[in-house]
Design a protein around this ligand. Structure first.
Ligand code: ZN
Length: 160
């Protein structure tokens, strides 16, 4: 059976094509997040978005896989840029942690400071991609966010 990515990649929009304005993506994120928080509480909603991103990250991991970690990260970086999710910079990579900065983040770039970090989907995405490569469960958190006035979107994955 084909995977979910293949299923949802099938688009027939002869006049409109495959792109949408970023504001539509952000509106979907924003309002979904409000109602998810109503139903699940803020913490539950955050977990929901992390797990959604994480599932996508694992699916992408399969597609972008390379045995060589640097080539894998380079495949991921090329994909993330091509799909206009953001521009990846590896800020730190040690035995303890991997810190990924996402410039021009699809969710938070250019936003005013609203006093909280909001990119839980992106946290999950990075987490799932790393988990797929290492074949084990890890934890991650957003360590900086444009929406929290920190100038960049940044995900830290704890490797041990
Ligand atoms: Zn962010």
């Amino acid at each position: 059976m084909e995977n979910v990515l293949e299923q949802i990649s099938k688009v027939k929009r002869d006049k409109l094509g495959t792109d949408i304005p970023i504001v539509i993506f952000r509106a979907l994120r924003h309002f979904t997040s409000i109602y998810a928080s109503d139903l699940l509480g803020e913490k539950g909603a955050n977990i929901l978005f992390v797990n959604a991103g994480r599932t996508l990250g694992k699916e992408l991991g399969k597609v972008l896989y390379d045995q060589d970690i640097n080539r894998y990260l380079s495949n991921v970086s090329d994909f993330v840029k091509k799909e206009k999710i953001g521009i990846i910079n590896v800020a730190e990579f040690s035995d303890e942690k991997l810190v990924i900065q996402l410039d021009e983040c699809i969710t938070c770039a250019g936003m005013d400071n609203i006093g909280k970090r909001i990119c839980f989907f992106e946290v999950g995405l990075v987490l799932g991609i790393v988990e797929y490569y290492l074949g084990k469960k890890l934890s991650a958190f957003e360590s900086r966010c444009n929406a929290n006035g920190e100038g960049v979107c940044e995900v830290t994955v704890i490797l041990k």
